[in-house]
Ligand binder design. Structure first.
Ligand code: IMP
Length: 446
């Protein structure tokens, strides 16, 4: 048995949805530990496409318990829409549990998120506009509304009226926005509370009980390492902690519970929103990657910025998350390229730098140092084992594993479940090197 964290090793949108869906098959419990409806993942099962924002993709397995943990920001309106949509597609949601200590995204959070972005002008972050930053800001300010606050009608009324009035003064005086009608919001949120009530639990206790029964738990991170509030490309980050350490806080478990950490990285890089992106390719190959990879945000529909794989960022993700292995996704998107570049280090003012700089100013000045590999110019979509891959594709993967000093466990070559090469099952397999380079194990743990 193993308790595993799955994190995004880049700027989010790495294809974690598909990987967590695959791993959920071996998991008894899947826990989402941070973020809110800013996240979005698409899972394709038997030609049916599921778009999920908050509910862990484990919900598609009837026996898997899915928990929305206390580190998340829950927008009840969107969560209920998601529940309804799944039920309409005959997917049971009985196994969904919601933490009573998770914070609730309120209408004023969404308004403030958008209004504050407008105010920032050229300093804007490019948020998803889903109220995530303001929800977490209220959590830190200790004026947030938690799921359990909505469960007692009288208490909810008191808390909501005070908070809505307080927020109304901010909306009117600071942002020049019309105030919210407290009674309308209260009525609506009490209705949401009734709909969600059967799912609300003490999630940390539930997880503890599952650990005690030696059940396999998968901790599912949203967004990615470089969007982490503390360790990402601040201020162009989200307001929670997608890194592996965030799983312990957001789920309410101790670090000794965790057996493995799996990083998910695309075979190239994408980013949505503002902020530096050293390997970005504007036009040309960037457009090819965007078109072939259908690089549009699941949540906002925004076009994602595309660029080459950045191993400096990859090594940083290995360090910050303590990655045991990697899942490389969307390798097939590179199928038609003549040559493929990989950023192996940065040039900062003429100095070679192997490490991701923690200073945003330095990061903005990073120029990629590339190595160029030959493309394979043939389809990999139907490859089901490493030996099916063209030699150049295998060499590319080995190159990435060597650069990051971490083995690759899974390679994904398309959206459906079967378009995957599982080199070794990261949950049940032994913990050892998974991709060998020139006969020597590539990575630690061998
Ligand atoms: P927020 O999380 O909506 O506050 O947005 C902050 C930054 O994180 C923006 O650059 C967003 O584009 C980015 N972001 C938030 N969620 C995701 C995601 O799921 N995938 C990729 N980028 C995201």
């Amino acid at each position: 048995m193993a308790n595993v964290i799955v994190i995004g090793a880049q700027w989010g949108d790495e294809g974690k949805g598909k990987i967590t869906d695959l791993l959920s098959k071996s998991a008894d419990v899947v826990v989402r530990y941070q973020g809110g409806v800013n996240a979005g993942h698409t899972v394709v099962v038997n030609d049916q496409t599921f778009k999920l924002h908050l509910i862990p993709s484990g919900i598609l397995y009837p026996d898997t318990e899915c928990i929305i943990g206390s580190g998340t920001a829950i927008d009840p309106e969107i969560l209920i829409e998601e529940l309804d949509r799944l039920e309409a597609l005959s997917v049971s949601t009985n196994n969904l549990l919601i933490s009573q200590t998770a914070h609730v995204t309120m209408p004023y959070h969404r308004i403030i998120d958008k209004a504050s972005e407008e105010r920032r002008g050229s300093q804007k972050i490019g948020t998803t506009g889903r109220g995530i930053g303001p929800t977490y800001a209220d959590k830190s300010e200790r004026i947030g509304i938690r799921v359990q606050d909505l469960m007692d009608k009288e208490e909810a009324r008191d808390r909501l009226s005070w908070t809505i009035n307080y927020k109304n003064s901010i909306l009117e005086k600071l942002y020049n926005k019309p105030p919210l009608e407290p009674e309308t919001v209260i009525k609506q949120y009490l209705e949401y509370a009734e709909r969600l009530r059967p799912h609300v639990v003490d999630s940390s206790l539930k997880i503890y009980e599952a650990i005690d029964k030696k059940r396999n738990i998968l901790f599912e991170g949203a967004q990615g390492t470089l969007l982490d509030l503390d360790h990402g490309t601040y201020p162009y980050v989200t307001s929670s902690n997608p890194v592996a350490g965030g799983a312990c806080v957001g789920a309410g478990v101790g670090p000794t519970t965790i057996d493995r950490v799996i990083g998910v990285a695309k075979a190239y890089t994408t980013r949505v929103g503002e902020g530096p992106f050293p390997t970005e390719i504007e036009g040309g190959v960037g457009d090819i990657l965007g078109d072939r990879g259908a690089e549009f945000g699941t949540t906002t529909g925004r076009k994602r910025r595309c660029g080459w794989f950045d191993a400096t960022i990859g090594r940083y993700a290995v360090r910050i998350n303590g990655l045991d292995c990697l899942a490389i996704t969307k390798l097939d998107v590179l199928d038609e390229l003549d040559e493929i570049k990989v950023c192996v280090a940065y040039d900062i003012d003429g100095q070679r730098c192997e490490h991701f700089p923690s200073s945003p100013r330095q990061f903005a000045r990073c120029r990629p140092i590339y190595e160029t590999l030959p493309g394979w110019r043939q389809s990999t979509e139907d490859c089901r084992s490493l030996k099916d891959l063209p030699k150049q594709a295998l060499d590319y993967l080995k190159f990435l594993a060597e650069l990051m000093e971490v083995p690759i466990a899974i390679v994904s070559l398309g959206a459906s479940r079967d378009q995957t090469i599982i080199i070794e099952d990261p949950i049940h397999g032994p913990k050892r090197a998974l991709l060998y380079t020139n006969g020597t194990p590539a990575g630690h743990g061998a």
